[in-house]
Design a protein around this ligand. Structure first.
Ligand SMILES: [Zn+2]
Length: 209
């Protein structure tokens, strides 16, 4: 191997490529906006975001372009304000439920900004960022929840230090500065679905004894 050993070892599961840090069901759209996590850093948190470009409009390729530094600032007045920002997330979930991955899990994506999570700063160091296509004034699609729940389970299974206790909204870790995913995101339903799935898996394990 030419590159140094990754500091984070992912567990091998059928849903990911542990070497590349890619989820196999995701469409890979590589972003240049990432770097290495600090040496010895574990991934301990999931951060849920919402974004749409232009804000409140869905279905375009603009979010993917934005995270890849390819947004054409002439296409919309708002784009001129943000076109020079260098940001990314690991994952993006379209309104249809389609999953996109911009940054390998082991790498540090640039999504959290100035924030505090688990009483620590530099949240990008130890978190995975998931963006849902949406905005504060809207709810989210069932297909998006389904993808998010599947993705969360895949990540918890593959990332040793990650648990479902440490899933936060951007608004939780940057209060006053960020408001996403907003009041339209159904945290109770999301958490209930996660624990229901866990029970199902546990029941299956019992059957096989
Ligand atoms: Zn956000």
């Amino acid at each position: 191997m030419m590159s140094a050993k990754p500091t984070i070892k992912l567990l091998s599961t059928p849903e990911i490529d542990p070497e590349k840090g890619l989820v196999l069901t995701a469409r890979a759209v590589p972003s240049p906006n990432f770097d290495d996590r600090p040496e010895g850093m574990q991934i301990e948190a999931l951060i849920v975001h919402a974004i749409s470009l232009p804000p409140g409009l869905y279905g375009g390729a603009y979010v993917e372009q934005f995270f890849c530094n390819q947004l054409d600032q002439d296409e919309h007045p708002y784009f001129a304000e943000i076109a020079d920002l260098k940001v990314s997330s690991h994952f993006f979930i379209h309104r249809s439920g389609e999953l996109v991955q911009f940054v390998p899990i082991q790498k540090r994506a640039w999504h959290a900004g100035k924030s505090i999570c688990m009483e620590r700063e530099a949240v990008n160091d130890f978190s995975i960022g998931i963006e849902l296509e949406g905005c504060d004034e809207d709810t989210f699609e069932t297909a998006q929840y389904q993808t998010l729940i599947e993705l969360t389970q895949i990540l918890i299974a593959a990332v040793p230090a990650l648990t479902e206790q440490h899933i936060y909204g951007h608004e939780d870790i940057a209060p006053g500065r960020k408001t996403d995913p907003g009041p339209g995101f159904d945290w109770p339903a999301f958490r209930l679905a996660l624990s229901a799935q866990k029970l199902q898996v546990a029941a299956k394990d019992d059957d096989s004894l």
